[in-house]
Design a protein. Structure first.
Length: 296
């Protein structure tokens, strides 16, 4: 009995700070609004395909019909139900930027940690490569990759990951350089810990807040970047119901049937705003916590 009580108390003690942390984060206006908007969009993306009246590419009626009981948002130039395409098209808008940022983050974290901790010639070479990469305009780099390998989701994800990796590497490198001289890192070196242990058990947890904020910011940029590429015909290709593709295909009908442009464009904007609000809230949340630790 006493052992069970002890385990219950211990679990509660561990969970309580996490609950307080979430409540503190959601109490920040940007955090609460951003999380609410993001959850609504995720719900739309998950449930949408199951409640859509038609498949995304089914020609269900006459072209360019206005909103009606049969087609709540009308039909596009091919007679496809706009609502069905909207409900099916959100997954790639979220998934592709997430994959691109995740791939960039994995590579950048490893390179940034090693460069920032080892310094010397390794850091000099990494810094030189980063400076060259940052000197190339992002859209130009992606255009070169797409021109060489063609469009499509996989190519765009790879290109965006390559473009964003130097930016993330620079941030992680600077954060690592700030943590490397700290006492606990020096103590780990004195104990003879391996390089992997020091990088991933000593340094990485202490730059975790920076990583989270950087992920949120880059995710925001990637959403707009990949949507822009899809609009230009360089990203996801028709007949996909991706929201960026929908805006591109229906833009010539903006004055005749604006719903096919405004609804997917609005959803892309709301998604980017939601993630950006979460990034702002993370910056404020971790900034306040670090300030409280310093005051103690």
């Amino acid at each position: 009995m006493s052992a069970d009580i002890l385990r219950t108390v211990t679990a509660s003690d561990v969970a309580a700070p996490r609950r307080r942390g979430w409540r503190s984060f959601l109490a920040i206006p940007q955090g609460g609004i951003g999380v609410a908007l993001l959850l609504l969009l995720l719900l739309l993306v998950v449930i949408g395909p199951f409640v859509a009246p038609d498949t995304p590419n089914e020609i269900s009626d006459q072209p360019i019909l206005g909103p009606s009981a049969a087609h709540w948002l009308g039909t596009d130039a091919y007679g496809r139900d706009i609502l069905s395409r909207v409900l099916h098209g959100g997954a790639s808008v979220i998934l592709l930027p997430l994959l691109a940022v995740s791939a960039a983050m994995v590579v950048a974290t490893l390179v940034g940690l090693v460069s920032g901790y080892l310094g010397g010639k390794v850091d000099a070479v990494v810094t030189w490569v980063i400076n060259i990469a940052l000197a190339i305009p992002s859209y130009l780099a992606v255009l070169v990759v797409v021109a060489a390998f063609g469009g499509g989701g996989a190519v765009v994800v790879t290109a965006v990951a390559v473009v964003y990796a130097p930016y993330i590497t620079r941030v992680i490198r600077s954060s690592t350089q700030a943590i490397a001289p700290r006492e606990f890192v020096l103590a780990a070196r004195a104990r003879g810990e391996s390089l992997g242990w020091i990088l991933f058990r000593e340094i990485t947890p202490n730059i975790g807040p920076t990583l989270l904020v950087e992920i949120a910011l880059r995710f925001t940029y990637a959403i707009m970047f990949i949507a822009s590429l899809s609009f230009l015909g360089l990203g996801v290709q028709p007949p996909s119901s991706n929201w960026g593709v929908m805006v591109a295909q229906n833009r010539t009908l903006l004055l005749v049937s604006p719903v096919g442009v405004l609804v997917p464009a609005l959803l892309i904007g709301v998604l980017a705003i939601a993630v950006n609000l979460i990034a702002d809230a993370l910056t404020q949340f971790f900034g306040d916590r670090i300030h409280e630790r310093l005051m103690v």
